[in-house]
Design a protein around this ligand. Structure first.
Ligand code: FAD
Length: 499
């Protein structure tokens, strides 16, 4: 008998990353009588566990990569289908998959994530890091490398330059300071000395072990450092889910040399040209410049400097994975190429929602929230999209969730706890802002953004213990003019003060 090629579900979610899995779980648990399908290109799915609400908006959780059977075992009404979506016919409410299925949906949520915005696509010396397979490829190549060039100034570049040891790193950033997506030049100054010091023993400093990978066949957790067969996703060139917090946990990021850090930062510069060894030698011959060493690849930066290296890491952001969904449909696509969604996570196509890295929040945001393609927002959007889809079927009204009221994010950079709140970088405030800063070298960096006496944002680096109090002060929109002097006074217990 021929295998059935047509299937129909009330809810279909595309993508086995945090957004898709959270959305599917939400739907399956809220509506146990409805059939839910999770369609994903990769063999493993990402699941949130040990979720902890740290404060009103701050959250922390672990992530586990698991075989899809775990999800199906948990929810009898949830089916996971492993196959990439190749086309969407939004009018007919059908999806086509690589293995020849035609799937009909009543409500669809697209959570297909993003892919690295690579400097170039067809150069074997240029690597992007996005999923477990690309992280493993990076580790393998790094083990033989003496010098790498890292291009980019976002979270991935920041983590990577700090984690790599035993290999010289040339770090090209286009801004005046490192990490300016996350913090200002002052915080960058606070963090920079960490790049020159030996890395502390990880076991002593890392408070959380975040990232485990389970083999598809078993339940035993193994770290991504463990050698394993290439996964189906790498063999088929299908995109896996994006890595997230502590993605480097358990991967030995060590080069071929016997040293700790050696990072040189090249500021305000971008990649101009990449040369093969042959091209570079020819160029040097023509310009009569002596070449003293030989490298597999060479880069020329816009500041005129040229470097040879073993390979280049392109950490210049992500592009939303929208391709299979756009053709023949009428999606409104945002400037950053994401599927534009409204305050119910709905795209411009009827019955089609989107969440996570693939979407662009198109509603009028609270003036304390902004979208950043982060793990925490992928979870929040997936969860909220699931609730909106269910509410739509049940004819219920639903308000924009409180998590979109205030931007908040906890992470670790250079082994420091980093908390970002609201307009932490004074985003959009121009000259209409006042900054209060308290900094103790090697210990903590606290920055508060005030505007017309009200706190609109904060950057907290180190164990400051201020996140909950500052979150409250931001949410209360209290006029802090009379307390300006006391706010960052280290001798005042600010929590007690505003109790
Ligand atoms: P993804 O996790 O990318 O999942 C997309 C899913 O869709 C995958 O399962 C994929 O297989 C599937 N898919 C794609 N196309 C198709 C298709 N055509 N058909 C079927 N399935 C498809 N965030 C933080 O908050 N903190 C961090 O410290 C942090 N560090 C990071 C480090 C790295 C190296 C990277 C790459 C990202 C990091 N991020 C971090 C960002 C974070 O990982 C992402 O924002 C988040 O995982 C996005 O989740 P998502 O579910 O939207 O997409």
């Amino acid at each position: 008998m021929a295998a059935e090629t047509k299937k129909s579900f009330k809810f279909v979610v595309v993508g086995g990353g945090i957004a898709g899995v959270t959305c599917a779980e939400q739907l399956a648990s809220q509506m146990p009588s409805a059939d839910v399908a999770l369609l994903t290109a990769a063999p493993l799915i990402k699941a949130v566990c040990n979720f902890k609400q740290v404060s009103k908006t701050l959250e922390e959780f672990d992530v586990e990569e698991k075989p899809s059977s775990v999800l199906e075992g948990k929810y009898p009404n949830l089916r996971v289908i492993q196959s990439a979506v190749t086309a969407l016919h939004a009018q007919q409410h059908t999806l086509l998959t690589l293995n020849g299925l035609e799937i009909h949906y009543e409500k669809l949520c697209i959570c297909s994530g993003g892919r690295p915005n690579l400097l170039t696509h067809d150069n074997p010396h240029v690597l992007g890091i996005r999923d477990t397979d690309s992280a493993q490829e990076f580790q393998k190549r790094l083990s033989k490398a003496k010098r790498i060039v890292v291009v980019g100034n976002g979270g991935i570049a920041l983590e990577l330059v700090f984690e790599v040891e035993g290999c010289e790193v040339i770090w090209a950033v286009k801004d005046k300071a490192i990490g300016n997506k996350f913090f200002d030049a002052g915080a960058a100054q606070f963090l920079i000395p960490s790049l020159d010091s030996d890395k502390p023993d990880r076991a002593a400093t890392c408070k959380r072990v975040r990232y485990t990978v389970e083999s598809p066949g078993g339940t035993e957790g193994l770290t991504i450092a463990t050698e394993r067969k290439p996964s189906r996703s790498s063999m088929l060139n299908e995109p896996g889910s994006a890595l997230g917090p502590d993605w480097h946990e358990g991967i030995n990021l060590r080069g071929a040399e016997e040293m700790s850090h050696r990072v040189s930062v090249e500021y305000e510069t971008e990649m101009k040209q990449i040369y093969t060894q042959q091209e570079f030698m020819l160029l040097s011959l023509e310009s009569q410049t002596a070449v003293t060493d030989s490298w597999p690849v060479y880069v020329e930066l816009t500041n005129g400097k040229k470097f040879g290296c073993d390979f280049i890491i392109s950490a210049t952001g992500v592009v939303p994975n929208t391709e299979p969904f756009l053709h023949g449909n009428n999606f409104e696509v945002a400037e950053d190429s994401g599927l534009k969604v409204d305050d119910h996570m709905m795209t411009s196509e009827p019955d089609v929602y989107a969440a996570g890295d693939v979407c662009t929040a198109g509603w009028k945001h609270s003036n304390l929230w902004q979208q950043m393609r982060l793990w925490s927002q992928a979870r929040q959007m997936g969860w909220y999209a699931g609730r909106c889809m269910a509410a739509d079927i049940l004819n219920e009204t639903i308000e924009l969730d409180f998590c979109f009221e205030l931007f908040s994010h906890i992470t670790r950079f250079f082994n420091y706890k980093v908390v970002l709140l609201g307009r932490f970088n004074g985003q959009g405030l121009g000259v209409n802002q006042e900054l209060l800063v308290r900094c103790t070298k090697g210990h903590e960096y606290v920055k508060v953004v005030l505007s017309e006496g009200r706190m609109l944002g904060a950057v907290l680096i180190g164990e400051t213990d201020l996140e909950e109090t500052f979150e409250n002060l931001i949410l209360n929109r209290m006029d802090l003019t009379p307390y300006r002097e006391e706010l960052l006074n280290p001798n005042i217990d600010i929590e007690d003060y505003f109790d």
